[in-house]
Ligand binder design. Structure first.
Ligand SMILES: NC(=O)c1ccc[n+]([C@@H]2O[C@H](COP(=O)([O-])OP(=O)(O)OC[C@H]3O[C@@H](n4cnc5c(N)ncnc54)[C@H](OP(=O)(O)O)[C@@H]3O)[C@@H](O)[C@H]2O)c1
Length: 337
């Protein structure tokens, strides 16, 4: 059986996560039992939620146990099968974790999904046509529920979720404004992702300054906000929300190292009769088929062309992950294994 390089969580971060929180080991992949499949991972998905799992605190999901392979979505190929529904060469997506191979109990519901790579690249099943894409779809369709002509704003606009959000919102006839870090990301948002405008939050160190920039980009106010960041970005957007606006709270990455993220003026929720709703995409599996169908069509027809940042080799995963938390990624962060 092949040798498998794995990355384990070795110890928990105190404040910012660091490379020494992880440990690399090599083990032999075990022989397969009946019903099992051996998958060679081609891509590992790196996602912000992993930072939360590294903590040992109460959350919506159990924390990552120490000494075990880091959790993570993977896309790869079946290299050995003892399950009748999977054959060698099948392209599959699962939760294989930060390692080169995984042994999967293929009969377990949802453990392994075959994917068609004839029109959609394998890696896209971890991004636009995967969990991040469905996340954008859920917040947009089920919480913001926009009407054509409304103005929507999304933060972390050029990332895996934000880029899918833009394509889905444009398809519904909305004006879409992004908030992202740096001139390159903002140019990409407008030139390639179809945003109507994008604001570089790094030019706006205060909520007041960012709010003024939002006024220029959203002359009719903001009807829907897809929140990925928190802090002064949320304060600025709140100050520009229209009455009966909707806010889908998807992430608050500015606070993932444990920093408090106070809100400057929560009274605006009352004054503007806002709907504010948090969600976790894995708790809404019922929407995945419909969402993946729309996202798959957008990608296959070239209407959603999201960039990927691809680190090379399993050993690069920790640094690539730490970079993602600092905005070093441009689009979906993957590791090619
Ligand atoms: N609720 C759910 O079920 C669910 C599911 C998936 C993802 N999410 C959340 O969705 C958000 C986006 O995820 P993603 O996978 O698409 O990641 P991503 O946007 O591809 O990457 C994270 C981005 O966050 C931005 N960022 C990092 N630190 C920041 C800070 N302090 N202030 C402002 N921006 C910061 C960076 O972009 P800039 O360079 O533009 O700052 C970075 O590139 C995250 O908050 C994630 O936790 C939630």
């Amino acid at each position: 059986m092949p040798l498998n390089t794995q990355i384990l969580l070795d110890n928990r971060p105190v404040g910012e996560a660091v490379a020494s929180n992880f440990k690399r080991v090599a083990t032999e992949t075990p022989a397969l039992a009946d019903g099992q499949v051996l998958v060679r991972h081609h891509y590992l998905s790196l996602d912000p939620y992993m930072r939360g799992r590294m903590n040992d605190s109460k959350s919506y999901a159990a924390s990552q146990p120490l000494g075990e392979v880091m959790i993570g979505g993977t896309a790869g190929e079946v290299v050995e099968s003892r399950h009748p529904k999977f054959a060698v060469g099948d392209q599959v997506v699962g939760m294989g974790g930060w390692q080169q191979y995984s042994v999967v109990n293929a009969a377990e519901p949802g453990a392994l999904r075959k994917v068609d790579t004839s029109h959609i690249p394998l890696s896209a099943y971890l991004g636009a046509v995967g969990m991040p894409g469905v996340t954008a779809w859920y917040g947009l369709v089920k919480i913001i529920a926009p009407k054509a002509g409304e103005t929507l704003v999304v933060s972390a606009a050029t990332g895996a979720v934000g880029s899918a959000f833009a394509a889905l919102a444009k398809a519904r006839g909305c004006r879409v404004v992004g908030i992202a870090g740096g001139p390159d990301k903002c140019a990409y948002a407008v030139d390639e992702l179809g945003f109507d405008a994008c604001i570089d939050y790094k030019l706006h160190p205060t909520a007041l300054s960012l709010s003024k920039a939002l006024k220029g980009a959203c002359p009719n106010g903001i009807d829907g906000y897809f929140e990925n960041v928190g802090g002064i970005v949320l304060d600025a957007v709140l100050s520009r929300m229209n009455a009966f606006g909707r806010i889908a709270v998807c992430g608050m990455i500015a606070g993932y190292n444990g920093e408090p993220l106070p809100m400057a003026n929560p009274a605006l929720i009352l004054i503007n009769r806002l709907k504010v709703e948090g969600f976790i995409v894995s708790e809404h599996m019922e929407v995945w088929p419909e969402a993946l169908k729309e996202l798959g069509t957008l990608v296959a027809t070239g209407q959603l062309r999201a960039r990927e940042t691809i680190a090379q080799g399993i050993e690069s995963a920790p640094e690539a992950f730490l970079g993602l938390l600092k905005g070093k990624n441009f689009g979906k962060q993957l590791v090619k294994l």
